[in-house]
Design a protein around this ligand. Structure first.
Ligand code: SAH
Ligand code: ZN
Ligand code: ZN
Ligand code: ZN
Ligand code: ZN
Length: 425
């Protein structure tokens, strides 16, 4: 499909063992955005293949990345009064193009500062099912960058983190002694208007597809090849509705690219990584990356009303950092209430009490959890042990809710995230 190789899915209905397998778009979970569909065993005629190729060609951006880089060069030569940005087309305009956009809304006098922060200029693509572009609040972005610098990294592979990339690029151009570099991989092609081919690759993180082909692949490989001791870290903040399995598979391929770049081989090291994702995906992520652990730091967003910092009275963000670095190295800001737990050897939220029985700081959401002796684990403060269900739950839950079977296989006793049929698929 236009977004690269499709993924193989399986359709299962309750009670049926074998589902029928089909290919669908890797990135769009809404059929309105991409309606690619093909049964696994379907025969596709030559004519349909040709039509599909033509469709894919027609659904590529109107300018190539190379063309956009040329356009940018011309754009910055223009006097301020001639620098326009079409808000409808989300495009920098050259004077010869003004006429075509005459009935569109546009911004005038686009400054160099604005060009350095495209994530402010472009509107966030919020459609939940595909882009889900939620931009870091400045506080969180600054925290991430400082952490990266303090840990001694000099190169950041920014996968779906345009705002982090932008902060790094902007500092690099303004501060002479700033040594960090970033390469942005993102599916949002609008960014190609602002960054060269060495700074941005049009990339799909659900199928590890570089739209720029071998050349873009090589750009990424080169970036990962850390010469003169410039250590690399990958930071990613995928759409939360995304399939963890598909993401993990792509990230493993990026890790493999990193590993290949060194001739001597890095023993059994993994590329250092921050995967930013909600805490309730912890078990899913650990399934694919057993070396990862979840940090208590709450990542905040600008354009997400729910995911803002708790102190302002709003709900606390459920978004966390998962990393394969040693937890004790991830220093969280004491002034925001985080403290170091000497037993767990990691920084935890202020409300996260060390449980003597579990021998760990067990809270996932920042609130103080309580230990249930019957469940033999800590549970959310709002839960109570239900002797009917033989586990802890909300007080007003319906006991042994019927039809609450697994979303994937339809069987009772487990949820989608722990479905045994997933690991075999
Ligand atoms: N918090 C980050 C943005 C995260 S939003 C920041 O402020 O920098 C998710 C990002 O992933 C968006 O930039 C979006 O364009 C990108 N994205 C969404 N689907 C993608 C895909 N299939 N492949 C690559 N990037 C994708
Ligand atoms: Zn326009
Ligand atoms: Zn502890
Ligand atoms: Zn406990
Ligand atoms: Zn219990």
């Amino acid at each position: 499909c236009p977004l690269g190789p499709a993924l193989l899915f399986v359709k299962t209905s309750q009670g049926r063992e074998e589902g029928r397998r089909f290919y669908a778009c890797s990135a769009c979970r809404d059929r309105k955005d991409c309606n690619f569909f093909q049964w696994e065993d379907e025969k596709v005629s030559e004519a349909r293949l040709a039509a599909r190729e033509e469709y894919n060609r027609n659904h590529q951006p109107s300018f190539t990345h190379r063309q956009n880089v040329e356009r940018y060069k011309n754009f910055v030569l223009l006097p301020l009064s001639k620098r326009r940005f079409c808000q409808e087309c989300q495009q920098l305009l050259l004077p010869v193009e003004w006429e075509k956009h005459s009935d569109h809304q546009f911004l005038c006098d686009v400054s160099s500062a604005q060009l350095k922060s495209p994530s402010q200029l472009l509107y966030p693509l919020e459609n939940k099912k595909t882009n889900a572009q939620y931009l870091f609040a400045d506080r969180s972005c600054q925290f991430l960058l400082n952490l990266i610098i303090d840990l001694g990294f000099r190169r950041v592979l920014s996968v779906g983190t345009p705002r982090l990339h932008e902060m790094i690029q902007s500092k690099a151009s303004l501060e002479e002694d700033f040594r960090v570099r970033s390469l942005l991989l993102d599916i949002d092609f609008r960014y190609s208007q602002f960054y060269t081919e060495d700074e941005f690759c049009h990339y799909n993180m659900f199928n590890h597809y570089f739209f720029g082909g071998e050349a873009a692949h090589e750009t990424c490989r080169k970036f990962l090849n850390q010469d003169n001791d410039e250590r690399v870290i990958m930071v990613t903040d995928p759409p939360f509705g995304g399939l963890v399995e598909a993401l993990a598979s792509s990230f493993k391929k990026l890790m493999a690219m990193w590993k290949e770049t060194e001739k001597e081989g890095r023993n059994n090291q993994e590329m250092p990584m921050f995967w930013i994702f909600p805490y309730f995906f912890e078990s899913r992520i650990l399934e694919f990356f057993p070396s990862f652990s979840m940090m208590d730091y709450q990542v905040d967003y600008d354009n997400h009303a729910l995911y803002k910092h708790g102190k302002t009275g709003r709900r606390q963000s459920p978004v966390r950092i998962f990393t394969n670095l040693t937890p004790s190295m991830i220093v969280l800001p004491v002034e925001e209430g985080y403290r170091f737990c000497a037993v767990c050897q990691r920084y935890v939220s202020s409300g996260n009490q060390h449980c003597e029985i579990c021998n760990s700081c067990t809270s996932k959401d920042g609130r103080r959890w309580k230990h249930c002796a019957l469940c033999k684990k800590c549970v959310k403060p709002s839960w109570f042990h239900c002797s009917n269900c033989n586990c802890c739950a909300l007080q007003n839950h319906t006991c042994e809710k019927t039809g609450a079977g697994c979303y994937v296989c339809g069987k009772a006793g487990h949820k989608r995230s722990t479905c045994p049929s997933l690991s075999s698929a």
